[in-house]
Design a protein around this ligand. Sequence first.
Ligand code: NAD
Length: 452
Amino acid sequence: MNKSAAKEEGLATDKHNEDDRSLDTSSSLLSDASKRLEKALKYVEISSDAIARLRYPKASLSVSIPVRMDDGSLQVFAGYRVRYDDTRGPGKGGVRYHPHVTLDEVESLAFWMTFKCALMNLPFGGAKGGITVNPKELSKPELERLSRGYINEIADFIGPDVDILAPDVYTNSTIMGWMMDRYSTIKRQVCRGVVTGKPLTLGGSQGREAATATGALYVMQTILPKFELLPAQTTVAIQGFGNAGSILAELLFKAGYKIVAVSDSQGGIYAPQGLDIPSVREHKTSSRQIKAVYCQDSVCSIMEHQVISNQELLALDVDVLIPAALENQITADNAADIKAKYIFEVANGPVNSDGDKILQQKGVYVFPDILVNAGGVTVSYFEWVQNRNGWYWELEEVNQRLQVKMETEAEHVWQIAQDLDIDMRTAAYIHGLNRLNAAIDAKGTRDYYVND
Ligand code: NAD
C-alpha cells in the first residue's frame, strides 16, 4: 500500500471508528517505532484526539540541495526535515549525514524525538533532519557548501520558535556553526537559538559535546545500583566509537567500569582484561583506527587484544552492552545470540521491536534510547535557554542541572515499570505519552463538546 493510500485509510478510520486505538503508520521504520507505542497504549487512558494527532508527522519536507563540487561539477543531494509534533513546543532534533538517510528514517527519528522531549519534560516537540550523503567522500569546503545549501532550502521550515536543529550522526559543532551562520544571513539578524550544539564561540553551551554520554552515565549510575552492580565488577562492551560512544567509554572508564570491547564502522577490539580507553581514544583521533593501546607512565605499547567484528561485539559475554552507533543493530536475526544482561541504548533505535521481544523472553533488561540518550537534547535545551537569555552557565552548572533531570526522569520511568510490572521501554513511552496527552488535551479535545 502506498503512503497516501495508507493515510487515506487511517483518516477514514479516524472518521468511522473513533475508538480505533492503533497508530498504524505506513512506513517500515516508523511503523516499527510506533509498535512500542501500541504497547504503552494498553496501560494508559489516552484520548482518541491524542492518538489521532500522533498518528502522522505534522509536516515533512523533502528538498534537493545543489552543491558546486571542488572539480567544478554540480551534484544534487537529497535532504529532509520532519516536524513530527509541536504540541509541547517548537520541534527539536538533530541533522544526520549518512548515505542511507531516507524520509522514512527521518520520520522515525522525529517520532522518537517527540517522545524523548516529552519524557524529559522539555518544552519541545519532536523533529529531525538528514541529508543522503557520505560525508567522508566530501572535502571540507564541499561539506560547508552542502550544509549551507541545506539551510537555504529549509530556512522557511525552521526557526528558534518553530524547529531547532542539532548534531546527529556524522554532523558536529562546526557544521552547526555553519548552519546557524547561514540562517542568520538569510534572516538578516543573529539567530543563535535556531541551532544547538554550536561551537562555544558562536553561542554553544558548555558540556554539550559530552552531554549525550554524560546523561547516559547518570542514567546508568541511577539504574545499575538497583541491581547491585558495582563498577569494578561490571564488564562493558560499546558498539560505536563516535561522539556518544567514545566519550561514554571514557566516562565509564574513569568511573571504574571495565570496558572490554569497543568498535566503529571498521570493526572492533576485545581485551578481556579491560581496555585503556583514554589511549584508545587518543590513538583513534590520531590514526582514525581503533587499537588497544596501553598508555601508562608515558610508555605506550600495543596491548594484547583480539580484533572482532561488530556482530561478535554484540554477542560478547559481558554484563552491559551499549549500542552507540546506528539503528536496527539487534533484530530477530541476532537477538538470540546476545549474552549481556543489561542493554543501555545510546544510539537511537538500535533494537527493533522483533529483537526486543526475543530479548525480553531471554530476561535481558533493555533501557531505552528515549531515556538513555536524552542528555544530548537536554543540554541542547539548556543551550537554547542560554541563547535566549544571553547569559551563559559554567560547566558545573550545566552538569548539575543535567544530573537532576536525568536522575529524576530515570527514577520516574523505573517506578512506572515497577508499579505496572512492565519493561522499561514501555514505561518510558507511558511517561512521555501521559505528558503529550495532557498537552493535547489542554489545547481542547472532543470531550469539550461531548461534556457540554
Ligand atoms: P558519530 O557520527 O559521532 O559516531 C558514530 C559512530 O558509529 C562512529 O564511531 C562510526 O564509526 C560508528 N559506526 C557507524 N556505522 C557502524 C556500524 N555499522 N557498526 C559499528 N559502528 C558503526 O555519531 P554519534 O553522535 O556518536 O551518534 C551515535 C548514535 O547516538 C546515533 O544513533 C545517534 O542518533 C545517537 N545520539 C547521538 C546524540 C549526540 O548528541 N551525538 C544524541 C542522541 C542520540
